[in-house]
Design a protein around this ligand. Structure first.
Ligand SMILES: *Cc1c(COP(=O)(O)O)cnc(C)c1O
Length: 236
């Protein structure tokens, strides 16, 4: 399948799931996860109307952003991987979104380092919905306190929550952790009086379940660009 065909197929999956859930398909943003794939693939997707791209590795992403910004200045770049403190400046300078906030210290650095001439960096808090020891993200119990602290940072704009659940066999089972993330988002928004309009959830294998539970951003790599080489497939 060509990239044009797989983009159309993924958009179709989103549209069908949205319709089933009585949602407007446009309320779901497709984030194309281009990690490990070259800038030429991103340019091709951009030419087919794809606007949002997700990256996990800072240096790889910076190279692509530098190569593509001149021709495609309006693309939105989302950082979705684990973020160490020595990389926050690069992310604050070059990205539009960060989905993987799990520590206040990292959020503070991003806020401090976000240049004043750029709009605030849009961020989501990553929640470890399944409590897996090996997975990134804050526990559901700690998410509210972190959200309140992040929302107070001047150069960040907290948009919502993100999760990467453990794989599950069928759509009914896949929906369960996504429903919990939505409930948690609603509870945090009410308790801390925050506007949280974003649920970043759903990937190639479970995007229908996520859309049915209210995802506003689905992060899709494999179904668009094909399988990643093993060495690059560190995340999730
Ligand atoms: C790699 C990655 C994705 C894309 O996963 P696919 O299964 O290839 O669609 C989504 N989200 C995160 C955080 C990732 O690291």
């Amino acid at each position: 399948m060509s990239l044009q065909q797989s983009l159309a197929a993924v958009r179709q999956r989103i549209e069908q799931a949205a319709k089933m859930a009585g949602r407007e398909p446009r309320s779901v943003t497709l984030l194309a996860v281009s990690k490990t794939f070259p800038a030429s693939d991103v340019a091709q997707a951009a030419a087919f109307g794809q606007n949002d791209f997700g990256e996990n590795y800072v240096q790889e992403a910076l190279d692509k952003i530098a190569a593509l910004r001149p021709a495609w200045p309006a693309l939105q770049w989302h950082f979705i991987g684990p973020l160490q403190s020595n990389k926050t400046r690069d992310v604050a300078l070059h990205f539009d979104w960060v989905h993987s906030i799990e520590r206040l210290k990292i959020a503070q650095r991003l806020s401090d380092q976000r240049p004043p001439e750029l709009p605030p960096l849009q961020v989501c808090i990553q929640v470890n919905v399944d409590g897996e020891a090996s997975k990134s993200g804050v526990s559901p119990d700690e998410a509210g306190a972190l959200a309140a602290a992040v929302a107070a940072l001047p150069r960040l704009r907290l948009r919502g929550l993100m999760c990467i659940p453990a794989p599950r066999a069928d759509v009914a089972a896949q929906r369960e952790p996504f429903a919990r993330l939505r409930t948690l988002r609603d509870a945090i928004a009410a308790e801390h009086r925050l506007t949280l309009d974003t649920l970043s959830m759903g990937m190639s294998a479970d995007l229908e379940a996520a859309v049915q539970e209210g995802a506003t951003i689905v992060r899709v790599g494999t179904a668009l660009f094909g399988r990643r080489a093993a060495a690059g497939a560190v995340q999730p």
